[in-house]
Design a protein around this ligand. Structure first.
Ligand SMILES: Nc1nc2c(ncn2[C@@H]2O[C@H](COP(=O)(O)OP(=O)(O)O)[C@@H](O)[C@H]2O)c(=O)[nH]1
Ligand SMILES: [Mg+2]
Length: 138
């Protein structure tokens, strides 16, 4: 299950990992596709949606917090990982872009309580094999 802010790369990750033509629907709902669960960015922006995230995560093996490496801010609240009784990984996206700052993204995710992290470029494929291997065996 993927959680992350708007345009952080959630849908792109699902497309790359599933190797299928996933297109997220523009509805404010948890979206089930194959063995992926995509969540609306709005669920992260408003804490009244947190129960919906927690409920959806209950059936998932791995929870991925997706952080865009080019973003100067992070919407994931401190220690958010501890709200889920699940394995939580961090996925830092867009590391191919010149304005990417992986150290900053790593700090954001650490602050959210994430310990296991993957740095990827979905467009170039960098880091995707390691990520795939880590979630496939889950
Ligand atoms: N350069 C680059 N662009 C990316 C990467 N991942 C996603 N994008 C782009 O970022 C935009 C938002 O991605 P999307 O998957 O729709 O984000 P979502 O809103 O979290 O589902 C799209 O234009 C993607 O092509 C990446 O690793 N590198
Ligand atoms: Mg999307």
């Amino acid at each position: 299950m993927l959680i992350g802010e708007w345009k952080s790369g959630k849908s792109s990750l699902i497309r790359a990992l599933s190797r299928e033509d996933y297109a997220s629907r523009k509805v404010l709902a948890v979206d089930f596709f194959r063995n992926f669960v995509n969540t609306p960015s709005e669920f992260l922006e408003n804490r009244r949606f947190y129960p919906a995230l927690i409920t959806a995560a209950a059936d998932c093996d791995v929870l991925a917090f997706v952080q865009d490496a080019t973003r100067r801010s992070c919407q994931i609240p401190p220690a958010f990982a501890s709200m889920f009784n699940r394995r939580v990984i961090g996925v830092i996206t867009k590391i191919d872009l010149p304005e990417a700052d992986v150290r900053r993204a790593r700090r954001f995710l650490e602050n959210a309580g994430v310990r296991e992290m993957f740095c990827v470029s979905v467009t170039r494929g960098e880091g995707m094999e390691a990520l795939r291997a880590a979630v496939e065996g889950a």
